[in-house]
Write a protein that binds this ligand. Structure first.
Ligand code: TUI
Length: 318
């Protein structure tokens, strides 16, 4: 199967599919499995201690000979230390979230590291292109975790018009029809998070995977709006408590209540008081399966969809 774009050339990967760099979720095992299967695997640094991220990078290098990336969450207090370590260890790609990676751009480029920031808006994308971003991930509010306020449907085409670098669509994409739709909107790649949470190689607690498989269309909610950092999660007791604090505009209490809850969910499987960060596409994830199978199914379905649409709507006769 061949699905080549400027993104596959830029990152030297087989398929234009980037795995979301989800904190406490996207470990070296998942990243290596995705890279081995032809996508771009990404280790999610989140708030990881520097030493642990170093070990994760080294483990990924043992598990795959292919290119992989690290996602840096720019809100983390020790971000400068993480960047320095990533520069020393060397990885092929850095994706960034929750901020502007401008101050690190030239340091990454000097080491030959491609920089692919995540943006929720057009203005930030233009700024990032002007300072040398290699590609841009536009993340719509269908995504899980920390989100902006535009949908993938409106963000992607505006990004494709606004910048010349490759655009990667993220948020709400869990199957090949999603890839075909993203391509129709002008993207040259997709980032997929939630579906890869249900990869066999993903090391999160099995109960979380089953919760995602079970999820229905309206099972997620956006919490923490009053903190300035809205987060999409699957509804549970914690989400309800945070929503109530949001309603009463008590952001400080949300920060306290939310602390450590992502780890409680992903590592310990606390489905009641853990933060089940997942996107709306959870409703479209049907089973737990190997990362290679996810990639193969998605690519096959994308090709089939694009060909079917061409055959259905584009007839040669007058
Ligand atoms: O970063 C994510 N998703 C995340 S990060 C995360 S950990 C966290 N925990 C508590 C509060 C906040 C984060 C869980 N999920 N996705 C990429 C993303 N980046 N979404 C939105 C943004 C973003 C937002 C503002 C990127 C840039 C930005 O720029 C602001 C500026 O500096 O102009």
């Amino acid at each position: 199967m061949v699905l080549r774009t400027r993104l596959t050339e830029l990152l030297d990967i087989e398929y234009p599919i980037i795995q979301g760099g989800m904190a406490w979720t996207a470990t070296a095992e998942l990243a290596a499995a995705v890279s081995n299967a032809g996508g771009l695997g990404v280790i999610g640094a989140g708030h990881m201690p520097t030493q642990l991220l170093r070990e994760q990078i080294r483990l990924a290098k043992e598990l795959t000979d292919r290119h992989f990336g690290v996602n840096l969450m720019l809100l983390t207090p020790h971000i400068d230390e993480l960047v320095e370590m990533v520069l020393r260890e060397g990885v092929h790609v850095v994706t960034t979230g929750a901020g502007n990676p401008g101050k690190y751009m030239s340091a990454f480029h000097d080491k030959g590291i491609k920089v692919v920031p995540i943006t929720p808006s057009i203005a930030l994308a233009k700024r990032l292109e002007s300072i040398g971003a290699d590609a841009i991930i536009g993340e719509g509010m269908e995504a899980g975790g920390h989100i902006g306020d535009l949908t993938t449907m409106v963000l992607t085409p505006q990004l494709a018009d606004a910048v010349s670098i490759p655009v990667v669509a993220a948020g709400g994409i869990a199957n090949g029809r999603g890839i075909a739709a993203a391509f129709a909107l002008g993207a040259e790649g997709v980032q997929v998070g939630t579906r890869f949470m249900c990869a066999t190689e993903c090391t999160i607690h099995p109960d979380v995977k089953q919760r995602i498989v079970k999820a229905r269309d309206r099972d997620t909610i956006v919490t923490g709006v009053s903190t300035g950092h809205p987060v999409r999660v699957i509804k549970n007791k914690l989400a309800k408590a945070i929503s109530e604090l949001d309603r009463d505009n008590r952001p400080e209490e949300i920060e306290i209540l939310g602390s450590g809850k992502l780890a409680a969910c992903m590592r310990e499987g606390d489905l009641e008081m853990g933060s089940i960060m997942a996107g709306q596409s959870a409703a479209m994830v049907e089973c737990v399966q190997p990362a290679a199978e996810i990639l193969e199914q998605m690519v096959a379905e994308a090709l089939e969809t694009m060909s079917r649409l061409g055959n259905t709507y584009c007839t040669a006769d007058a």
